[in-house]
Design a protein around this ligand. Structure first.
Ligand code: EPZ
Length: 425
């Protein structure tokens, strides 16, 4: 099993370019199913989860050509299968994003029900409820969702929770349905907005993305897309934290500052200096870190995907910080690992009370989920001595070449496999 070893105590300095957003790429790749025309997508990040979607789409009969440096061509004219198998869905729950497009294009879909996930039960009941409102017949048989729809019909859908992929699934089904669909209490994340832009570029009639009310008027067919994936706001936030935690000075390029407004605001409250440009931010860590309280919430609130990373910074603050996780019911698994490094954290239900300590110490720790693994790398950068992180397949799901990017900023980080040193990837 591969592991990452981080030697802490180095101030990170220099500049880093942000890759395309995982959570924008996944629904956009699924949206290529909606047309028989060829699509061209640029700035696609090289991630495990993106590779899983490629395998899923190829299994449906879709041809994918990787042209190098993040550009791909997709030819969905050969779509001849409507099944997303268990072995793919179990590795990536976002595979369920093919449900809406398959129903819209083929009138049927058989998708394995995503099982549980480390951070929570993460049901997809709201996805299914929305698709049923559009006229789909949904049966759950042998761990699979069997969905059929002769013709999807527009409907008024009010989501109990502003689910991100739920909003995306329903949008992709509604764009080819008969009549108008209204989605109330829709998710407002930038990734939902970027999907809406892509669908619009394909000929869909869609408005309101980025607000809680999305309106879609179905059309009969869609064209191919030619689109560049937006930068990853969570990778951006993670590198901002790297600068703050190592008291370094990093210019983060190819990002969208307004997508990280809330992260910027909270880091400034904590005493971190942040300069903003058109497509870059410059983050300088300060000697003292002020304790701030954090409450995760749907966009534009503080993102749950940044909670673990922010907890590391608060572990080194000058006081007491209360971190409330309101989105997922089990997203504190990084706490036990951070405590092994000397952090002083007490979890009580959805809240974690973090008392700042003067320093963390390197230790052997285990990654439990994607963002927890990023927080352990950050903790290793600040800790005294070496931190060895196991199960790092989690981090490869969502961060492109993280060691290479951190090494370029001066970090001492390397990947090993069973004791031998691997090329820095
Ligand atoms: C998306 O997951 C992201 N993934 C997650 O990023 C992110 O943490 C999450 O949104 C919240 O921002 C992708 O976009 C691929 P939700 P998603 O549906 O859509 C409950 C990462 O690290 N819910 O908005 O699955 C659910 O259990 C990942 O990149 C239902 O109850 O999240 C959760 O408590 C992790 N029923 C809450 O809603 C449903 O049908 C929000 O989930 C759907 C969701």
């Amino acid at each position: 099993m591969e592991e990452i070893i981080v030697t802490g105590g180095v101030r990170l300095e220099g500049s880093v370019k942000i890759s395309g957003a995982k959570n924008a790429a996944l629904p956009i790749l699924a949206a290529t199913i909606l047309t028989s025309e060829e699509s061209r997508i640029r700035n696609v990040p090289k991630l495990e989860d993106v590779g899983t979607v490629y395998r899923l789409l190829k299994g449906l009969g879709i041809r994918i050509e990787e042209n190098g440096n993040g550009e791909i061509t997709i030819d969905p004219s050969g779509l001849n299968n409507s099944e997303a198998p268990y072995d793919l869905v179990k590795t990536m729950r976002a595979s369920c994003l093919v449900l809406g497009p398959l129903l819209a294009r083929l009138g049927k879909a058989r998708v394995s029900l995503p099982g549980g996930c480390a951070i929570g039960a993460r049901p997809i009941d709201l996805h299914l409820k929305g698709l049923k409102s559009l006229g789909a017949e949904i049966k759950l048989e042998e761990g699979y969702i069997n969905a059929r729809a002769r013709r999807l019909k527009g409907a008024s859908i009010c989501l109990d929770i502003p689910t991100v992929t739920g909003t995306e699934n329903i949008m992709m089904a509604a764009v080819l349905a008969d009549g108008e669909t209204i989605i109330e209490n829709a998710a407002c994340e930038p990734e939902v907005v970027s999907l809406s832009e892509v669908l619009h570029s394909m000929g869909a009639s869609i408005s309101g993305a980025g607000t809680r009310l999305i309106k879609i008027r179905g059309v009969t067919e869609l064209k191919g897309m030619n689109y560049s994936i937006i930068p990853d706001r969570i990778e951006t936030g993670t590198f901002m934290l790297a600068a703050a935690i190592t008291r370094g000075d990093i210019k983060i390029e190819d990002c969208i500052p307004e997508h990280i407004d809330h992260i910027t605001a909270r880091l400034r409250d904590a005493g971190v200096s942040i300069e903003e440009g058109e497509d870059w931010v410059r983050v300088k860590g300060s000697p003292g870190i002020r304790a701030v309280d954090i409450r995760t919430s749907p966009y534009p609130g503080f993102p749950t995907d940044m909670q673990a990373q922010m907890m590391v910074l608060m572990s080194l603050s000058d006081g007491l910080s209360v971190i409330m996780e309101t989105i997922f019911e089990n997203r504190f698994m990084h706490v036990a690992e951070l405590k092994r490094m000397g952090a002083n954290i007490t979890v009580d239900g959805h809240s974690a009370v973090v008392r700042g300590v003067p320093s963390l110490s390197g230790a052997q720790v285990m990654a439990t989920d994607l963002r927890a693994s990023a927080s352990l790398v950050l903790a290793g950068l600040a800790a005294k001595g070496d931190t060895t992180i196991s199960r790092i397949y989690h981090i490869d799901r969502g961060y492109e070449c993280i060691e290479k990017k951190l090494t370029r900023l001066g970090a001492k980080i390397r990947r090993i496999k069973g004791g031998e040193l691997l090329r820095g990837s």
